[in-house]
Design a protein around this ligand. Structure first.
Ligand SMILES: [Zn+2]
Length: 170
């Protein structure tokens, strides 16, 4: 299993490298989440050098993470897709100089390049950022239809809200 890449080579050659890793190996990502189905996280990292000799990597990763819906408390599988572009720098000092200066807000974040770049750690960081703060089904399967459907209940049956309103009136 590939766990490190040479970011300098990727940027110089404009190459892409791909790999997969077991979801179970991402301990930080899974901290606090329910037991996961066995699955793979797939990733791709592409290097690029622009006309000004600035070097970049673009990371993409796909994973499916089991989460607990905060509306109905059932577990569900949430597909995550992340994509991020980072500028490679050679020293920590460059990153600090950039952060303290008047930065272009459009400029990509910077990351320390390496011949043995820990790509799985970056994949994990990005997936953690992509986790929803309040995970929810788009439509909860176990709730009554009326609670999911903003249009109201079936024409043939009164909605529980309509019944409730009638009871209150009486
Ligand atoms: Zn739900």
């Amino acid at each position: 299993m590939i766990s490190t890449v040479d970011t300098w080579d990727l940027a110089r050659l404009g190459r892409e490298q791909r790999g997969e890793a077991a979801l179970a190996s991402f301990a930080r990502l899974l901290d606090g989440l329910p037991a996961q189905a066995e699955s793979l996280v797939s990733w791709a990292i592409a290097g690029q050098t622009d006309a000004l000799q600035r070097r970049y990597i673009t990371l993409r990763a796909d994973a499916t993470v089991r989460m607990v819906c905060q509306r109905c408390l059932a577990e569900f599988d949430l597909p995550l897709h992340v994509e991020t572009r980072l500028q490679l720098v050679e020293t920590e000092a460059e990153i600090q100089a950039e952060e303290s200066g008047e930065d272009d807000p459009e400029a990509p974040d910077q990351v320390l390049g390496s011949s043995f770049f820990d790509v799985l750690s970056l994949v994990e960081d990005e997936l953690i950022l992509a986790l929803p703060y309040v995970p929810k089904h788009e439509v909860c399967p176990s709730l009554p239809k009326e609670l999911n459907d903003s249009e109201g209940g079936d024409a043939g049956r009164p909605s529980p809200f309509a019944v409730l309103a009638k009871l209150k009136k009486d």
